[in-house]
Design a protein around this ligand. Structure first.
Ligand code: ARG
Length: 472
């Protein structure tokens, strides 16, 4: 009899080795080991609180779980578990406890199913990793904001693009603050997942309907930091919302990282030359001696794609299942864990690589007006002088076409011609360069230096507040 198996009494034949191996999630769910130990400990409290087991048994179980905890910490548990034929980390820990404390160990699984155990362990994992994701995203937001402050002081300009075509001048600080905004939102998304993972404790739900054993579910929920035991056993054991929400938060945070990465990759190309990645973050080519490649940002982009694919896979795995537990749900665990571990590593890499970006302020600023990026402000100036917007758009469009034919920028002569064409009595005053353009912006949330300073300060305050609340 394989003592790693938690069942077998009703069978006479042994399981087919290949099928048994296919059914194991141990390689992927080993990372859950510390959370399973916590869950097992709480179950011991529930059993003891309900007088299902004697205090001596509870103590023996706790001490065996302490030993397992030590083995997890020093790495010996993983090796032994992999060598065993356990179906999952939950079975491996149960088997190890039975080995360490044969008599008490036989009581650990009383009134417990791997179904409520998996759901509870996953909730603890989601809470832990969401907290880590939140801290990572908040750190990146702060890094982007500190770079934004420097760029604001330097007055660095940048041609914002839409469709990758020159659109309007902005401050580099505005771009960096935009990156910070998306990461602050990613952190808040992680916070919501962590908060949800403190609400309902599935432990004590048994396989799907509760148990006839008088478990002290409140004690278990309290011990694991949940507000209360879950209300419906059937739903609690088959629910994977927390795991999906965690993966969604990971995928979305990486989505933000991937978009910023895309621009940084492009800007590091010599044709742009807006940024250079420090040697510490660059890689070379094995053949082309001149190469300096921005690999970390390219890899982050790819990890974002991986997390997005994993999210779709995880959603698919849970879709169309009836209520309760189905073995398909085991795969959710593998998909979510792998994507979360890789995703959080990629977020840490993005944060680290961002600090190695060296901005070429002069080159960015010099090109911010290229491509007639002030054209909109000139049209706006006409509108402010009473020219209907469509007419202003057309007139400035014609000026741009003329300047383009003559291969020159828009200048004072064009403003004079526009004033004449629009029938204005007074000369037209409008920004003709990128610096004047950003200074002329009036709306809140705009790229005007004063607004950017205000927005940076406001977001800094938001991040400082969440740090004070201990969520960072
Ligand atoms: N290996 C399963 C998992 O990780 C454990 C739950 C099995 N439950 C069951 N009723 N067969 O999801």
């Amino acid at each position: 009899m394989n003592d790693q198996l938690q069942w077998g009494g009703r069978f006479t034949g042994a399981p087919d080795a290949a099928l048994l191996a296919f059914g194991s999630s141990l390689e992927e769910d080993l990372v859950l080991a510390p959370f399973d130990v916590a869950t097992s400990r709480a179950h011991v409290s529930a059993l003891e609180g309900g007088h299902v087991i004697a205090s001596a048994t509870a103590d023996a179980l706790r001490s065996a779980l302490d030993t397992v905890s030590g083995e997890i910490a020093d790495g010996t548990f993983a090796a032994a578990a992999i060598a065993s034929q356990a179906e999952d980390v939950h079975g491996a820990i149960d088997a190890r406890v039975r080995q360490l404390a044969p008599q008490a160990g036989a009581w650990l699984h009383a009134g417990r199913s791997r179904n409520d155990q998996v759901a509870t362990t996953l909730a603890l994992y989601a809470r832990d990793r969401a907290t880590r994701g939140s801290a990572l995203a908040a750190a990146t937001a702060r890094e982007a904001l500190s770079q934004a402050r420097r760029a604001l002081d330097a007055g660095t300009l940048l041609a914002a693009t839409t469709h990758w075509q020159p659109a309007q001048p902005i401050l580099l600080a505005f771009w960096l603050a935009a990156v910070a905004e998306s990461f602050a939102r990613a952190a808040a998304r992680f916070d919501r997942v962590a908060a949800d993972a403190k609400l309902e404790c599935p432990l004590g739900s048994g396989a799907c309907s509760g148990t006839t054993l008088p478990l002290d579910r409140e004690a278990a929920a309290r011990e694991l930091g949940f507000a209360a035991p879950s209300r419906n056993a059937l739903e609690a054991i088959g629910n994977r919302d927390l795991a999906l929400d965690l993966l969604h938060a990971v995928a979305r945070a990486l989505g933000a990282a991937s978009r910023a990465s895309e621009e940084l990759v492009l800007w590091s190309a010599p044709a742009f030359g807006y940024v250079q990645l420090a040697d510490e973050a660059s890689t070379g080519s094995s053949l082309m001696p001149q190469k300096r490649n921005p690999d970390p940002f390219e890899l982050v982009r790819a990890h974002a794609a991986g997390a997005t694919g994993a999210l779709a896979a995880a959603l698919g795995t849970t879709t169309g299942l009836g209520l309760s537990y189905h073995r398909d749900l085991q795969e959710t665990k593998a998909i979510v864990i792998r994507a979360t571990e890789r995703g959080l590593a990629a977020l840490a890499v993005f944060d680290r690589a961002l600090a190695y970006v060296r901005w070429n302020d002069a080159r960015m600023s010099a090109r911010a007006g290229d491509g007639y990026t002030v054209a909109t402000d000139i049209a706006d100036a006409l509108v402010l002088r009473g020219v209907p917007a469509r007419r202003a758009h057309e007139l400035v469009g014609a000026s741009v076409a003329r300047a383009e034919r003559e291969d020159r920028a828009l200048g004072p002569a064009d403003l004079a011609a526009l004033a004449a064409a629009a029938g204005l009595a007074e000369p037209l005053d409008a920004p003709l360069d990128a610096a004047a353009s950003v200074r002329a912006k009036r709306t809140s949330g705009s790229t005007s230096p004063a607004e950017v300073a205000r927005a940076i300060g406001a977001l800094e305050a938001v991040l400082a507040a969440r740090e004070r609340m201990g969520t960072a």
